[in-house]
Design a protein around this ligand. Structure first.
Ligand SMILES: *Cc1c(COP(=O)(O)O)cnc(C)c1O
Length: 395
């Protein structure tokens, strides 16, 4: 007979999911109510306004899609694009490539603005590409590339898109809650995120937000949205403001309790405090891993505090190290992806997981496992480096 599934509690310091705040786990266990229950409708309204706060936007169409971040990405493309559309996609890592795939599958023409993995999207390259492609209708890019740990200048890129009369689609999956996201100030037209990165919620929902111009494009389409489930013209009837809500699909009721709780926690802490906390813990982790002798692959100005991509010491079997971290210390860190596979580790400090205890634990666990594998690292200095970094930022 199969018995209940009881996972070993881990410390999640990879590229997501991140450690879930226990307050969110207990919110998930509250009694399920009907998805058209008046109490649930109140929860939906609160989730919408909390998401507007998180995204820093007054966009009315700001809702969670009932599926993970990838579905948020697909929602933006499938609703804003029509077959034959020319879309400029900025690619500097794995997730930019996924956007290209979306465009192609929807019968569009993807024009790539390519930058090296580990560097941000170049605003100059985007501008010159748009000059050569006046018929482009959308510019898409990733704000925080989780495959490399790079932040791109979303404000500058959205402004250029606007200058060339293109709608912008911004991937904010890893950025939301961890670094500054300000959709209205950027003038972004469509953004999507995920619940399991810096919101520290369980995976499975994708907050999205569309500007008035983006909504107008969805409403004036000449061809129907090719996905029934993700068609915002239909979804708006369920999440819409001031309308009688009509059944579209059964909302993931308990998952939305979790998202609500995670956004309440974010509001209690304050956005700026959350961004600052991510930065401080990043600086301490950086001090520790650099003291060990590991190096960051991203230039300081463009580093994501919530996703730290570091080199692997020579001669070390990186997979064996990650395996030992997990089996001995119940600690998960991420492997490299794509061209960085086997070359780097990705250490996440996302949301609830971004705290001094995790920083020290990860640095010590790495030192211990690397020492046991005879790696060439500096021993006995990392703990002090972490401590010094915290005192420097006054934590
Ligand atoms: C994690 C991630 C996604 C995909 O989100 P899922 O919830 O895994 O579908 C998309 N973009 C970026 C930048 C991500 O980090």
């Amino acid at each position: 007979m199969v018995s209940s599934f009881n996972p070993t509690p881990r410390t999640l310091m990879g590229p997501g999911p991140s450690d879930v705040n226990p307050r969110i786990l207990s919110a998930l266990a509250r009694p399920t109510i009907g998805h058209l229950d008046p109490e649930f409708i109140r929860l939906m309204d609160e989730v919408k306004s909390l998401l507007q706060f998180a995204f820093q936007t007054e966009n009315e169409l700001t809702i969670p899609v009932s599926a993970p971040g990838s579905a948020g990405m697909e929602t933006c493309f499938v609703n804003l694009m029509s077959p034959g559309d020319k879309v400029i996609v900025c690619v500097n890592g794995v997730f930019g490539n996924r956007m290209v795939d979306n465009v192609k599958r929807l019968g569009g023409e993807a024009v790539l603005v390519e930058d090296q993995w580990g560097t941000p999207v170049s605003a100059e390259k985007l501008r010159s590409t748009l000059e050569q492609h006046a018929d482009a209708v959308i510019v898409a890019f990733v704000h925080a590339e989780t495959s490399t740990g790079v932040r791109s200048d979303a404000k500058a890129l959205c402004a250029i898109a606007q200058e060339f009369d293109c709608l912008s689609i911004v991937d904010c999956v890893t950025s939301l809650g961890g670094i500054e996201v300000k959709l209205d100030e950027w003038g972004a037209d469509a953004a999507y995120s995920g619940t399991q990165k810096c919101l520290s919620c369980v995976p499975g929902l994708s907050p999205i937000s569309l500007s008035k111009a983006a909504v107008a494009r969805v409403q004036s389409r000449k061809t129907p949205v090719s996905s029934w489930f993700l068609d915002l013209n239909l979804v708006m009837g369920y999440w819409g403001q001031g309308q009688t809500r009509a059944y579209h699909h059964t909302a993931p009721v308990n998952a939305l309790y979790g998202l609500h709780e995670s956004l309440v926690i974010l509001e209690e802490e304050g956005l700026e405090s959350s961004w600052k906390r991510h930065q401080h813990n990043h600086l301490a982790l950086r001090a520790g891993v650099e003291a060990l002798g590991l190096k960051f692959i991203v230039a300081e100005d463009f580093r994501l505090p919530q996703l730290n991509t570091v080199t692997i010491p020579d001669g070390v079997d990186e997979g064996a190290v990650r395996k030992q971290l997990l089996s001995l210390y119940n600690l998960e860190i991420g492997a490299g992806l794509g061209v960085l596979a086997g070359k780097v580790w990705r250490i996440g400090l996302m949301g609830y997981a971004s705290n001094p205890r995790n920083v020290l634990f990860c640095v010590n666990a790495l030192e211990s496992v690397l020492s046991g594998n005879n790696a060439h690292i500096n021993r006995g200095v990392a703990t002090e480096a972490v401590q010094k970094a915290y005192s420097q930022v006054g934590v």
